[in-house]
Write a protein that binds this ligand. Sequence first.
Ligand code: SF4
Ligand code: ZN
Length: 297
Amino acid sequence: MKCDRCTKDAIFFRPYSGERLCIKHFLKSVEEKVFAELRKYVKSGKKVGLAVSGGKDSLTLAYMTSKFLQKRRIRNVEVKAIIIDEGIKNFRDKAVKIAQQQLSEWNIEYTVFRFNEEYTITIDQIREKVGSRMTCTYCGIFRRRAFETLSKKLKLDLILTGHNADDISQTILLNIIQGNLKHLARTEEFPGTIPKKKPLRKVLEREIALYAVLRGIRFYSYPCPYSREALRNEIRNFLFSLEEKHPGTTYSILRIGEKIKEKIYYQIEVKKCKKCGFPTTRDICKFCELMSSLRGI
Ligand code: SF4
Ligand code: ZN
């Protein structure tokens, strides 16, 4: 089996397009997709944040962003990685270590935001207080606030995240199954919050994994021990087997998601949290509500 783009042996077959590619052209094909996205967001004079968790997607994004900047010689772009350490022993500590090593190797500056230091409590401790059912709610809301706080402190213009095509399609299906039209619809960006973009949005998870391995990117590959996303896991497996049997399904779902966004628009009424002043749709934002609930326990 020969590569479609040269005379070398192919190592990869892309079922949804029928392409056969050698190592060099497989890597190039993934980079073409991601660089096309990066070109839309990473412009001269911008200060770009990279959300890095230590997993394969975010570290691949960090690697590609640095490669993109070197290749295109875009001047005046500052890239700053943001690592959030929620305080989950034997999980995030290990992932953070790998992230720090890789980012240093690629000369990407980073800042670590530690729940322990900033909120004086870790997710391990929160879990003991609130129980396993609520842990991810606290973790997600606290992490989102961490991104906002750091973006302001570092004066970032936008944050790039490592969500891939599978992640986004899973979220679309999840919202359909849960009947959550609001989350499927287009909403204006919350004024005062940092714009977030997903340069890996057109690449399948399995291709990112292969890219990372072929490029020798080290990453932490174990899931969080507190993950309770049972429904999302079922959707992930369902989508994976659909993609195997019917290549291109993931992209069809992505396109449907985009079409829904084009058609339905929700206007959000944005207020200021009475406690912290952050933009919210409520009187007291979810972050402040959860923070005070912890103090009350
Ligand atoms: Fe946090 Fe839950 Fe994700 Fe673990 S699975 S990192 S606890 S949101
Ligand atoms: Zn608040």
